[in-house]
Design a protein around this ligand. Structure first.
Ligand code: SF4
Ligand code: SF4
Ligand code: FES
Length: 236
């Protein structure tokens, strides 16, 4: 079948303003939007810029807005795009570096801020054990691939540039509820600020777009509950 992709183009080094460019490709319904982008780049227009790596929903690098919703191009099938054309745009709320590539530096700075690694105690004689029940508390947070879809889709993150954002909160959740981490209280204190967990207003957009089906909003709310339990009432 013939598929039309309407793609956001912008090269700040030469373009005065962004514009949209249409491309036609032959694609089977089971092919992915990423396959279409590759056909365009490899056969029609080598100037088209986008990120990709694994092509299998693991690296998170090909997050973009497809027909108005943040998604991974390597997960979105052509047959799932019901419009006459597939509208492909960069992740919203980030600065465009070129075409579909956005600047994620601030995003990863915020992830680094919450220390996305295990802070463990003394070195054990053998491995650090965890029971299945303890493991369950981290839930699906371990699936996060840091694609930034949730942060790009979050209305609060769009308006408040100081908001930590859903992805760092998911990363924090993972460590707060990891029985092997020894800094639970410090981690909760770090999130117990106006632009931390309390800035989340339960819009659920993060949960709707997460390609790894992580219940992001639920985990943010569980974290809020844990702060109330361990530290006390939130700031007014
Ligand atoms: S929580 Fe989901 S949407 Fe957000 S960065 Fe992780 S995988 Fe991507
Ligand atoms: S639930 Fe919170 S983090 Fe998620 S989109 Fe809504 S405001 Fe943003
Ligand atoms: S290319 Fe790695 S997640 Fe899509």
């Amino acid at each position: 079948m013939k598929v039309t992709l309407r793609i956001f183009r912008f090269d700040p080094s030469v373009d005065e303003a962004p514009y949209y460019q249409n491309y036609n490709v032959e694609a089977e319904p089971y092919e992915r939007v990423l396959d279409c982008l590759n056909k365009i780049k490899w056969d029609q227009d080598g100037t088209l810029a986008y990120r990709m790596s694994c092509a299998h929903g693991v690296c998170g690098s090909d997050a973009m807005k497809i027909n108005g919703r943040c998604a991974l191009a390597c997960q979105k099938l052509v047959r799932e795009c019901e419009a006459d054309f597939i509208l492909v745009e960069p992740l919203p709320s980030f600065t465009v570096l070129k075409d579909l590539i956005v600047d994620l530096n601030q995003f990863f700075e915020r992830v680094n801020f919450i220390r996305p690694f295990l802070v463990a105690g003394e070195v054990p004689e053998k491995e650090r054990l965890q029971t299945p029940e303890e493991r369950k508390k981290m839930g699906k947070s371990i699936r996060c691939i840091l694609c930034a879809c949730c942060t790009a889709a979050c209305p609060v993150a769009n308006e408040n540039e100081n908001f930590l954002g859903p992805a760092p909160l998911v990363q924090a959740f993972r460590r707060i509820f990891d029985s092997r981490d020894i800094q639970k209280t410090q981690r909760l204190e770090q999130l117990d600020v106006e632009d931390g967990v309390w800035a989340c207003l339960n819009h659920y957009e993060c949960t709707r777009v997460c390609p790894k089906e992580i219940p992001v909003t639920k985990y943010i709310n569980i974290t809020k509950g844990e702060i109330k339990k361990v530290i006390g009432a939130p700031p007014e």
